[in-house]
Design a protein around this ligand. Structure first.
Ligand SMILES: *Cc1c(COP(=O)(O)O)cnc(C)c1O
Length: 376
């Protein structure tokens, strides 16, 4: 049996070792996972109650159209219900757009390093992948991305804040890009971390969509809303465009429990507001740690920070932290060899990982920046 040629180059997603296994192997009592940008504060309490209640109806198929959450979300966003497409996580929305628009005759443009699912799904459709390296400051090189457009270009992927750098595209940068890009090419803006953003010049993409009908937005309930395991995310686009993609969707692609949890999450926005504030406080701790040891980092608007340890390999930092009971993401897997990406956790979690790293760096003879330690 012969699979499609392009599938051969793919690797199955390799999840990290299960926490329980790592604990046993290393004889650790607790393990703190700061590797997947999950919300360290879980989700709103009311969501847990709603999920429990919905369990009464798990034998009944969900509403495939997701009418109730659709209405709720359309009011929250200020868009028409028909502009929304729900997915089994925003991962599935990315997949549905690839299935709809990409083929071996087309190409698709994305940054590198960025979120891997754009490339993964584009390869499955056989499209040509055009990767444009990020600038040295970790931002998208929008000029080069524009230059890469040709007659076969179908989708341009923008990730803002970008995973793994946390950098974002400003309103001005996005608008000048949208003005240039031909209107028959989709500009897909992945805003998985939108709820964490505090930058004032971050674009209001929902508003911009009114003028640029080729702009589509991906968002998710997985990150700030804390529903990663329930798998619900969504796309927002012009109604006509969504009408084209919607038939690709599987009939019951989001579960009853996920829909109910998302509805309840939108009724408790104070939860994500608190998380946003705590995230910024945690981010400040990591930034001052970096300054203390003269480590480079990209200013991040997400709930994670990519720290460059310069002389130490990402895998070595990963191994050290694992033995101390922390799981982070090694930069070796992300295209930044001497970095690790750490999810901003609770204050306790941040303090303890920073303490561990500080001790280790001092042991290794990495000198502390005198000026900042005096100011402490
Ligand atoms: C986590 C993440 C997603 C995927 O989110 P799901 O909704 O859980 O599928 C999408 N894009 C980026 C940039 C992410 O970091």
């Amino acid at each position: 049996m012969k699979a499609k040629e392009q599938i051969k180059s793919l690797k199955a997603y390799k999840p990290g070792k299960p926490i329980e296994e790592v604990k046993k192997e290393l004889g650790l009592e607790t393990i703190t996972k700061l590797a997947s940008n999950e919300n360290p504060f879980g989700c709103a309490d009311a969501v847990k109650d709603a999920v429990m209640d919905e369990l009464e109806r798990v034998s009944i198929y969900p509403d495939g159209y997701a009418a109730e959450i659709r209405t709720k979300l359309s009011e929250y966003l200020g868009v028409k219900p028909g502009q929304i497409l729900f997915g089994n996580g925003s991962d599935e929305v990315i997949e549905m757009f690839c299935r709809t628009y990409l083929s071996p005759e087309s190409n698709t443009i994305m940054a590198t390093p960025t979120f891997p699912q754009y490339k993964h799904n584009s390869i499955i459709e056989g499209a040509e992948i055009i990767e444009v390296p990020l600038l040295d400051n970790g931002k998208h090189d929008l000029d080069q991305m524009y230059q890469a457009i040709d007659d076969h270009t179908k989708i341009i992927w923008l990730c803002s804040p970008n995973n793994p750098t946390g950098t974002y595209i400003t309103e001005k940068e996005l608008v000048s890009f949208l003005k240039k890009v031909p209107s028959d090419i989709i500009v897909a803006c992945d805003e998985a971390y939108r709820e964490y953003v505090v930058a004032e010049d971050y674009p209001d993409t929902v508003e911009l969509q009114k003028e640029y009908t080729n702009l589509i937005i991906f968002r998710t309930f997985s990150k700030a809303f804390g529903l990663a395991s329930l798998r619900i995310g969504y796309g927002v686009a012009h109604e006509d465009l969504m009408g084209v993609v919607d038939p690709v969707r599987e009939p019951f692609n989001t579960s009853r429990v996920a829909q109910r949890a998302a509805i309840t999450a939108l009724e408790h926005l104070e939860f994500i507001e608190t998380c946003r504030v705590k995230n910024r406080e945690g981010m400040a701790s990591y930034e001052s740690f970096c300054k203390q040891f003269n480590l480079d980092y990209f200013p991040s608007q997400g709930n994670f920070i990519l720290i460059d340890f310069k002389t130490i390999q990402g895998d070595e930092i990963f191994d050290y932290l694992l033995r101390k009971g922390f799981i982070v993401r090694s930069g070796n897997a992300l295209g930044y060899l001497t970095s690790v990406r750490i999810t901003v956790g609770s204050q306790d979690q941040n303090d303890s990982i920073i303490n561990c790293l500080s001790e280790w760096l001092v042991q290794k003879g990495v000198t502390k920046n005198v000026a900042t330690s005096i100011n402490e």
